[in-house]
Design a protein around this ligand. Structure first.
Ligand code: NAP
Length: 306
């Protein structure tokens, strides 16, 4: 049987990291770019470029816009969470029945929207600790080795296409508890990222705000438990403390987005957490106060608050 192509929607940092590794392993990958002008720009260059351990790898992958007619059997979605719904809607007509759609966004909310919009697809959620960033010349630097959890809530049966990831050397594991993984990461993000923005500091400086961090962890633990994610709630404060120490010299992704004047993924992170708390009837004074302060901070800098 012919190897099935991967279509990549979102050729940014994470998208380039995945597309280049799949292509390097000899697997077919096609890019779906945002517009005709983006496509033209891409075709004028050498292709996607990944820098790993100081070595550059260039992949001249075929590319198209959403308007192309090629049927899509496997779609890897690596846009920002706020772009996912529109990006996926743009290719919906091209998905074959039962197509696999893999979502690699941070936070929660965008995954559920795609599952609802594509009831006939096999929608897979991912949670990754890998790190990549885009240089000014468009090359993507593989900055942090990590691991990717993939799964469909409650589905213990790992799909055969995971063999492609193994072939590409992408460290991963299938889990039926993917929602727990996503919730845990979201909670850690809520305890760290907004404070780094408001205090304008690196992660490590949050050890000076231990009372605030611990109070947030108490509320987030209650939220995870009420949301049916008791396992994800276990030892949350200890994990946050460990991450603050382990990443002490780093600036959080939300800090970096704000510093660069980019839209944040707040709607899928702390706003999502506050929304779920409200719908569960929970009162979370510390989290809500932090949320309001963050929104005010973004608005004062003319950045989107959603
Ligand atoms: P990114 O570098 O901004 O890449 C997003 C890409 O999506 C951009 O190239 C953008 O194209 C493209 N895009 C947006 N809408 C599109 C559309 N309708 N059609 C086609 N392409 C479209 O973002 P990222 O850093 O890779 O992050 C992606 C997700 O992974 C986020 O949820 C992030 O939180 C998560 N994540 C990232 C990292 C990391 O280290 N970067 C780590 C863990 C998780 P344009 O350039 O045309 O806008």
């Amino acid at each position: 049987m012919a190897t099935r192509s991967w279509h990549l929607l979102g050729a940014g940092s994470v998208g380039t990291l995945w597309a280049c590794r799949l292509a390097r392993a000899g697997l077919p990958v096609r890019l779906i770019l945002r517009s005709a002008s983006r496509l033209e720009q891409y075709l004028e260059g050498p292709g996607l470029r990944l820098i790993e351990n100081g070595h550059a790898f260039t992949a001249a992958l075929p590319a198209e816009t959403a308007a192309a007619a090629t049927p899509i059997e496997r779609l890897l979605v690596t846009c920002k969470a706020y772009d996912v719904a529109a990006a996926v809607a743009g290719v919906r007509q091209r998905l074959v029945p039962g197509a696999t759609v893999v979502l690699l966004q941070n936070g929660l909310g965008s995954q559920q929207a795609v599952s609802e919009a594509l009831p006939e697809a096999q929608v897979v959620y991912g949670s990754t600790t890998e790190g990549a960033w885009c240089q000014a010349d468009g090359s993507v630097v593989f900055a942090g080795q990590g691991f990717t959890w993939l799964g469909r809530p409650g589905d213990a049966q790992a799909p055969a296409w995971l063999a492609d990831l193994a072939q590409a050397g992408i460290p991963h594991q299938w889990t039926p508890h993917i929602l727990g993984r996503l919730w845990r990461k979201l909670a850690v993000n809520c305890a760290i990222n907004p404070l780094t923005v408001l205090h304008q500091c690196r992660n490590g400086a949050l050890s000076d705000h231990a009372e605030a961090v611990n109070a947030l962890c108490d509320e987030l633990t209650a939220l995870l438990q009420a949301a049916g994610q008791a396992e994800a709630a276990e030892s949350l404060a200890l994990e946050v403390e460990r991450i603050v120490t382990a990443t002490a010299a780093n600036y959080s992704s939300m800090y970096q987005d704000v510093a660069a004047g980019r839209r944040t993924e707040i709607a899928y992170l702390i706003s999502y957490a506050c929304g779920r708390a409200a719908s569960l009837g929970l009162t979370m004074p510390r989290l809500e106060a932090l949320h309001h302060r963050l929104i005010d901070y973004l608005a004062a800098r003319h950045l989107p608050t959603n």
